[in-house]
Design a protein around this ligand. Structure first.
Ligand code: PLP
Length: 344
């Protein structure tokens, strides 16, 4: 059975154009820097985010980890949102593998970190305390509802950080969703920052991979860290080829996912037992169940599955639904109808 799969945009399969590009890709050994397809992807990616160089990595998690291990020494501290993917879902890798201490602050409802609050968290020069080195932000912010950060905020944050001797990394797993939703070029959201990772394997539909971008010197050091972590891949052009198609063909259409997320939210918002977070800014719809609902989220997941729809609970009374390339208008209508039946 073909399911309507709203659990995440990571479930996307490569498009036919990607599969064709993968089959035809010229290849080499990327650990030697010899894979022309990987090199092309890295150059395209760097150019699109306004950076000197890029590094193809197996996952967003490894991209963030490499970035922080490259920027920081053991015992350094990063200021990062308490609801961020780095804190919640990356296995604590920055501390277990990098000896990096995380100082977690609460995001604002839009996923940003307030500059006034960051200021109070920056450590003074004192042997008792870790050294504050880096600020990490997430754009779009997953747990805050797929919310985006604006170019103005990014510029202000970068100026603030650099004036205090700090660097800024962006977990831009869904950077292009943030850019398309605001009608700006991705580089407007990244040029002022020191590094950015974005994922090819989410809404952009490539099967595998992310790109970490930054200065030439930063990426040269990051390449060593990638090798230490076992992320040096050989004929990686096979998967990078899909990434090139993702950047050439799949960015503008993200707007369709955002429109469908809004339509899904509108439909679900009419069901009395659903309490929506608000109007989705990008491709994520979050909602809570009203107290009147006596089903558990697991029961709801199962009942939706019997109707051919996969959904993912995000807490005991909460759901997150994510639109993507493989979700069309009919799938949105069917999902709204199925929730209406299950929750009636
Ligand atoms: C905001 C964010 N950052 C990073 C990642 C990690 O990406 P990956 O699953 O490729 O490791 C994800 C994955 O869903 C994410 O949502």
């Amino acid at each position: 059975m073909e399911y309507i799969d709203l659990r995440s945009d990571t479930v996307t399969h490569p498009t036919p154009a990607m599969r064709a590009a993968m089959a035809a890709a010229p290849l080499g050994d990327d650990v030697f820097g010899d894979d022309p397809t990987v090199n092309r992807l890295q150059e395209m990616a760097a150019e699109m985010v306004g950076k000197e160089a890029g590094l193809f990595v197996p996952s967003g998690t490894m991209g963030n980890l490499i970035a922080l291990l490259t920027h920081c020494q053991r015992g350094d501290e990063v200021i990062v949102g308490a609801q961020s993917h780095i804190v919640l879902y990356e296995g604590g890798g920055i501390s277990s593998l990098g000896g990096i201490h995380s100082r977690q602050i609460h995001e604002q409802p839009d996923g940003s970190l307030a500059l006034e609050e960051i200021e109070t968290f920056i450590r003074p020069e004192d042997v008792h305390e870790p050294i504050t080195r880096l600020i990490a932000i997430e754009n779009t912010h997953n747990r805050c509802g797929g919310t985006f950060q604006t170019p103005e905020y990014i510029r202000a944050l970068a100026n603030f950080a650099h004036a205090r001797g700090l660097v800024v990394h962006m977990d831009g797993a869904r950077l292009f969703n943030a850019a398309v939703a605001q009608g700006v070029a991705a580089r407007e959201l990244t040029t002022p920052l020191d590094s950015v990772t974005f994922c090819l394997s989410k809404g952009l539909c490539a099967p595998v991979g992310s790109v970490l971008c930054g200065s030439q010197a930063f990426i040269a050091r990051a390449r060593r860290v990638r090798k230490h972590l076992g992320g040096g891949m050989r004929q990686a052009g096979v998967i990078a080829a899909a990434g090139i198609v993702a950047l050439e063909q799949m960015i503008d259409r993200l707007a369709e996912d955002h429109t469908r997320a809004r339509r899904l939210a509108e439909g679900l918002g009419q069901i009395r037992s659903i309490q929506l977070d608000g109007v989705p800014q990008t491709n994520m719809v979050y909602f809570n169940l009203a107290d009147s609902v006596h089903l558990t989220v697991e029961q709801i997941e199962r009942q939706m599955q019997t109707r051919g729809i996969l959904v993912h609970a995000d807490g005991k009374r909460r759901f997150r639904l994510v639109t993507h390339y493989w979700i069309d208008d009919a799938a949105i209508d069917k999902t709204i109808q199925a929730f209406r039946e299950v929750l009636s």
